[in-house]
Design a binder for this molecule. Structure first.
Ligand code: PA5
Length: 448
């Protein structure tokens, strides 16, 4: 098992009787996923995805990635939410958060995930004098943030390479037959990849959505798929006792019922910062509805111990932590010996930084536990592509099981369109269905 749940720092907060009592609920939730008879069952394509996917498209993804690596200094991946977080989290998880500075063949940058003109200008400056490819990812093909960024970068590529040259460098990942992006791609002859109908954005990392950018970054996607396939097999066991995925879902539901309404995902590796962002979308969008749901937050320690550590230790006792414990660090850096011991740190000389990091983790686990914060620890072996696939599948399955246990549909997101409608109304989008909203928003804005 490449994810192992260590209960030591949570079982002092949750009784074994409570765990036994919730077992039938999470076991039933897993059955609901397996039998595809729960809410949102049309969006269960991710469940068998590690083994059940279009081999022809998969080969095209690899070929496109290879072509990008041969012809480009820079790949710009344009997308927002579920259409970019998986790829970005995977690239940073495996290659580190300095992957673009580390001298890899292709630098991968992400755009279209905000409406900031400064962020866009910064990236345009990075692209000056470089050979560029574009991968625009949008299921609907109409999301404002990526659509605007795509306009800008597409125009740049056409100016730089001409229509024909740009065609060789633009890849569109979108719905297989519908939407503005699909229409444009077909019209211009851009290569397209599919966002499957039965997989929502937050569960899509192992589709073309994630796999093309990840492969272009030089990461072994076969290993990633294998990791996910192994996790899929490993967490089928129907009983909580021998299924850590069910156990994770059970603990977080029990803690929630006990008033712990915020779950903080903790990592001691800065390279997992974007992984935490991916996880936050997965759980936040899946569970936060019908007035329910744990609020998913995240920290990188020890960095954030120096900012949020105080709150976690002594603030409102409505939190628990889920710690990702990476057993093997990719790199060794030893603390040097200073003959003058001018900083008094010679007791650390010769020690690897990862040992010190591990001490920080253990120290924090005890401190936070003593401060009344339960900690679920998820042990993983390393930051390999295989492990990424494995733990991501673990979290996806646990999320589905958790959501059903909570009593929500873990696959819809009915609430998040509200801001879009308001924004279109304020931008005066020509759409008669927005007329009433335009009027009422204008009145509310005029009312001080
Ligand atoms: O997970 C989701 O459904 C969202 O985060 C979407 O991925 C995001 O809004 C982007 O949508 P689209 O891919 O249609 O541009």
């Amino acid at each position: 098992m490449s994810v192992k749940l260590n209960e030591k720092f949570v079982k002092n907060f949750v009784s074994s009787a409570a765990l036994e009592a919730i077992a039938p609920e999470v076991e039933k939730a897993l059955e609901t996923v397996k039998n595809r008879n729960g809410a949102g069952a049309d969006f269960l394509g991710w469940y068998k995805r590690p083994v059940d996917y279009d081999r022809e498209e998969y080969a095209r993804i690899k070929a496109a990635a290879e072509k990008i690596r041969k012809t480009s200094d820079v790949l710009i991946v344009i997308g927002i939410g579920g259409s970019y977080l998986g790829a970005r989290s995977a690239i940073e998880f495996v290659n580190g958060n300095m992957h673009n500075e580390a001298g890899g063949k292709v630098s991968v940058y992400f755009s279209g995930n905000s409406i900031s003109s400064s962020a866009l200008s910064d990236l345009l400056r990075v692209c000056e004098g470089k050979d560029i490819s574009l991968n625009v990812v949008s299921k609907s093909g109409t999301t404002t943030e990526p659509a605007v960024a795509f306009r800008i970068f597409r125009e740049l590529l056409i100016k730089k390479y001409g229509e024909d040259g740009a065609r060789e460098r633009i890849y569109c990942t979108t719905d297989k037959q519908r939407g503005k992006l699909k229409e444009l791609a077909d019209k211009c002859g851009y290569e397209t990849f599919v966002v499957p109908d039965d997989i929502g954005g937050r569960y899509s990392v192992l589709t073309a959505v994630g796999l093309l950018p990840i492969a272009a970054a030089g990461i072994d996607i076969d290993a990633m798929m294998q990791g996910a396939a192994d996790a899929m097999n490993d967490f089928q066991a129907p009983a909580l006792d021998n299924n850590d995925c069910l156990k994770y879902a059970a603990y977080r539901n029990l803690l929630y019922r006990d008033g712990k309404s915020t779950e903080i995902l903790v990592s001691y590796e800065p390279s997992l910062q974007m992984y935490c962002e991916w996880w936050k979308q997965l759980y936040g969008e899946s569970e936060g509805k019908d007035g329910k749901g744990l609020f998913p937050a995240s920290v990188i320690f020890s960095t954030d111990l120096h900012s949020l550590g105080q709150y976690i230790q002594q603030g409102v006792r409505n939190i628990f932590e889920t710690v990702i414990d990476i057993k093997n660090s990719n790199d060794a850096v030893k603390v040097p010996f200073d003959p003058e011991n001018s900083d008094g740190l010679n007791f650390l000389s010769g020690m690897d930084m990862s040992e010190i990091n591990r001490c920080a983790m253990n120290a924090t686990l005890y401190a936070h536990n003593d401060g009344g914060v339960p900690n679920i620890v998820l042990e993983i072996p390393d930051r390999s592509a295989y492990t990424y696939g494995y733990i991501s599948y673990f979290f996806e399955l646990a999320c589905a099981v958790s959501g059903y246990t909570l009593g929500v549909n873990p696959f819809d997101q009915p609430g998040f369109e509200a801001y879009k409608k308001n924004m279109f109304a304020l931008l005066d989008k020509p759409d008669p269905s927005l007329d009433e909203l335009k009027k009422s928003l204008r009145e509310r804005m005029a009312d001080n």
